[in-house]
Design a binder for this molecule. Structure first.
Ligand code: NDP
Length: 254
């Protein structure tokens, strides 16, 4: 028996990386998980099959969280999967993009990249949360995946850091709006995690070594490290924990 038996969960950006680890973890603990992805059809299909083979339940929907029409379709899929609202126990706003090797600096980052990052990293979670809240059952959970970048100065990735700081603000607004319903909202802020997200950075000579050296716990994060923090917040015991930023970064930004 898992700690999330009988619960339902919606995870954005669930086909790969940290999102996929969260889908696996929540499903393994008994939740019926619906996850969204943008273009990784094969990875989404493989994950659905992997979860089913483990005797758990996950479904996938292709939906771009920067597009309100696609968010509406995502929530319609949620109703189809879980029945009439309120039908949701857990929402994880995980989908996010970085610069993917492009110049995202304050000095010379492009307006187009800034707009795209803000659309996915800040507007997306805002819109998804807006339509998901009426579907959340009392005692539910909202977990936003932010970043250490939302805490520390990062002139080399200023637009990304701004979006993650905005997500902290959304976390506080959400937490107070739903507190009387016993619903919690927290943000998990990872440090560097070994996924495609930082593949371009990791091609730089010495990146992994420097990261390990500057991280007090001496290694780079893995997707499961972040999924563990999300599960911790979704467990029944965490019902009084809300409006917090939980750093899952091996002590990186202490
Ligand atoms: P990945 O690039 O490995 O995965 C990102 C996921 O988000 C993919 O499933 C992708 O879908 C999905 N996605 C991207 N844009 C959209 C969109 N517009 N609509 C719907 N889904 C979308 O990244 P990570 O797993 O590493 O990152 C997950 C979260 O963690 C992000 O919010 C990121 O900012 C944050 N984070 C990551 C860190 C790291 O070092 N990896 C550090 C700190 C924070 P698809 O697969 O279909 O393209």
């Amino acid at each position: 028996m898992g700690c999330l038996d009988g619960k339902t969960a919606l995870v954005t950006g669930g086909a790969r990386g940290i999102g996929a680890a969260i889908v696996r973890r929540l499903a393994t603990e008994g939740a019926h998980v619906l996850f969204a992805y943008r273009g990784a059809h094969d990875a989404a299909r493989a994950l659905v099959n992997e979860v089913a083979a483990a005797g758990a339940r996950a479904q996938a929907v292709c939906a771009d969280v920067a597009q309100s029409a696609q968010i509406a379709a995502l929530l319609a899929a949620c109703d189809a999967a879980f029945g009439p609202a309120p039908n949701l126990d857990i929402l994880v706003n995980n989908a996010g993009i970085g610069s993917d090797g492009q110049d995202a600096s304050l000095k010379s980052g492009s307006e187009e990249l800034f707009d795209r990052m803000m659309a996915v990293n800040a507007k997306g979670p805002y819109l998804v949360t807006q339509v998901a809240l009426p579907r959340l059952r009392d005692q539910g959970r909202v977990v936003n995946i932010g970043s250490i970048s939302g805490k520390v100065a990062q002139h080399f990735a200023a637009g990304y850091a701004m979006g993650k700081r905005a997500l902290q603000s959304l976390t506080f607004s959400t937490a107070t709006q739903v507190a009387r319903r016993g619903i919690t909202c927290n943000l998990v802020a990872p440090g560097a995690v070994a996924t495609d997200f930082i593949a371009a950075l990791r091609e730089r000579p010495g990146f992994d070594e420097t990261n390990a050296k500057t991280t007090p716990m001496g290694r780079m994060g893995q997707p499961d490290d972040i999924a563990g923090a999300v599960l911790m917040l979704c467990r029944p015991e965490a019902g009084w924990v809300t409006g917090n930023i939980i750093e899952a970064a091996g002590g990186l930004a202490i």
